[in-house]
Write a protein that binds this ligand. Structure first.
Ligand code: HEC
Length: 212
């Protein structure tokens, strides 16, 4: 039985092989035809940023903003919010609502961006200062800074101060206000006395626990 079947096997295999080759060729042809379709869509005429263009008189593909265009970004219409300055100087009032969330955000951002030099308690003895960086003034004991309005701190972050670089590109406007609010709260917290605690204030349960 084995002997009788043996001569037929190679012919069967070669038929299968021919069918397989045919299918492969059809697949390749199909792939070529299909990929040929996509290019025109991809390469259609379009202007990209900073490219030149013969279409416009100034030869540039990018269009200038029409005169008088005003950014609608939040706060862009309010120069005091962006600069920290009002008509009479630094803003003494926060231009945003003071909430616990704002102070918490400010604390988080201050600890990230400012504490390396100003220290976590803003006394000017951050890690870099201990390694030889210039020492900033102590925010919590320097009378000039205790008296400084919240806009002063916002402004220093926005424009830089002396040897301190501007933080405008690294800390967004809203976070700069959160930090400025936190710095004022930090100053208060480091100079508070028992007389500052309202008579009817009660300690939160966990604080009472911690103070036992
Ligand atoms: C790389 C170190 C460094 C970091 C980080 C830094 N500062 Fe300063 N900052 C300084 C130094 C140094 C000065 C003093 C510069 C001078 O007098 O030339 C200063 C000055 C200031 C002043 C002015 C103080 C004054 O005497 O009037 C303010 C306000 C201030 N920094 C706020 C901030 C805040 C807020 C941040 C975080 C967003 C920050 N700084 C991050 C180093 C730093």
């Amino acid at each position: 039985m084995t002997h009788a079947l043996t001569p037929a096997a190679p012919r069967a295999r070669s038929r299968v092989e021919r069918v397989r080759r045919g299918l492969l060729a059809a697949c390749l042809l199909g792939t070529l035809l299909l990929t040929g379709c996509g290019r025109n869509m991809y390469d259609q005429p379009q202007a990209k940023a900073f490219e030149s263009s013969p279409f416009f008189a100034d030869g540039s593909a990018m269009r200038p903003l029409p005169t008088g265009t005003v950014s609608r970004e939040f706060g862009a219409l309010d120069p005091a919010y962006l600069t920290g300055m009002g008509p009479t100087g630094f803003l003494s009032e926060l231009p945003v609502e003071l909430t616990a969330d704002l102070l918490q955000r400010g604390q988080e951002r201050f600890n990230i961006y400012c504490s390396p030099c100003h220290n976590f308690n803003a006394n000017g003895l951050g890690a870099t200062v201990l390694k030889g960086f210039p020492q900033p003034a102590d925010f919590t004991t320097t009378q000039r800074l205790l008296d400084a309005p919240v806009g002063y701190f916002y402004n220093a972050m926005t424009n830089g101060f002396g040897r301190m670089y501007s933080y405008a590109s690294r800390v967004p406007v809203a976070d700069r206000w959160a930090i400025a609010a936190y710095v004022k709260a930090l100053q208060l917290s480091q100079n508070a006395s028992i007389a500052d605690v309202p008579a009817d204030a009660t300690l939160a349960p966990n604080a009472a626990e911690a103070n036992r």
